[in-house]
Design a protein around this ligand. Structure first.
Ligand code: PGA
Length: 215
């Protein structure tokens, strides 16, 4: 299975999301069965987006974050239970959230909460040290200095991290940070790298589709 994840971060109004899907629908065609395209939008847009992508082969929706609390009196928190019937996947541990104070313990709790309700975590790590002992599943290596800068990480370094992680057999390794249609081929030469998390180059559906066509 290959993955292409659009991480829209804190970009896009609901109207922007509608427009993105419209253009994507007009230009997307995929009969590749072992591909999953995951669109990670702002929490209030997820229900809309889930409906909007219905009928598009291989396209599903993800949250960008989840509460470390399972449920309760935590105003403003979005729990895994609240996301349960809306998304199939959820990004956790993104470096932009770790930089805002999210701890390893909170990330562990988020993963657990997601697994309880059957949402698949997409765990982002900045380095080998971020990788939780015993974790098995989707993991994306995203070096913070390479994110949003155009300075994508050299594939040799990405593969070095991959080897050090010593992932379980049912794990999936992804790369993220400044991926675009010009540099994605370098990574795709390595079958260990099963796809990408794409931020900046996912904001425009036409640019996103160019990456998709290379996978
Ligand atoms: P970028 O973002 O593609 O803009 O570098 C990737 C990410 O932060 O997930």
């Amino acid at each position: 299975m290959k993955y292409l994840i659009a991480n829209w971060k804190a970009h896009k109004t609901l109207k922007d999301v509608e427009e993105w899907v419209k253009v994507f629908r007009e230009n997307y065609s995929s009969d590749q069965s072992d591909l999953r395209i995951i669109l990670a939008a702002s929490a209030p847009h997820l229900s809309y987006l889930k409906k909007a992508v219905e009928g598009l082969n291989h396209v599903v929706v993800a949250a960008q974050s989840v509460s470390a609390e399972p449920e309760g009196s935590f105003t403003g928190e979005v729990t895994a239970k609240a996301l349960e019937s809306v998304v199939d996947y959820c990004i956790v541990g993104h470096s932009e959230r770790r930089a805002r104070g999210e701890s390893k313990e909170q990330i562990d709790a988020q993963i657990k909460n997601l697994q309880v309700v059957g949402i698949i975590p997409i765990l982002c790590i900045r380095n080998v040290e971020d990788f939780p002992v015993g974790y098995s599943g989707i993991v994306a290596y995203e070096q913070p200095d390479a994110i949003g800068t155009g300075n994508n990480t050299a594939v040799e370094e990405v593969m070095d991290v991959y080897r050090k992680l010593n992932l379980s057999q049912n794990s999936t390794f992804l790369y993220g940070a400044s991926v675009d249609e010009n540099n994605c081929n370098e990574y795709l030469e390595y079958p260990e790298i099963k796809g990408f998390i794409v931020g900046t180059a996912s904001l425009d559906p036409r640019q996103f589709i160019k990456i998709l066509e290379k996978i």
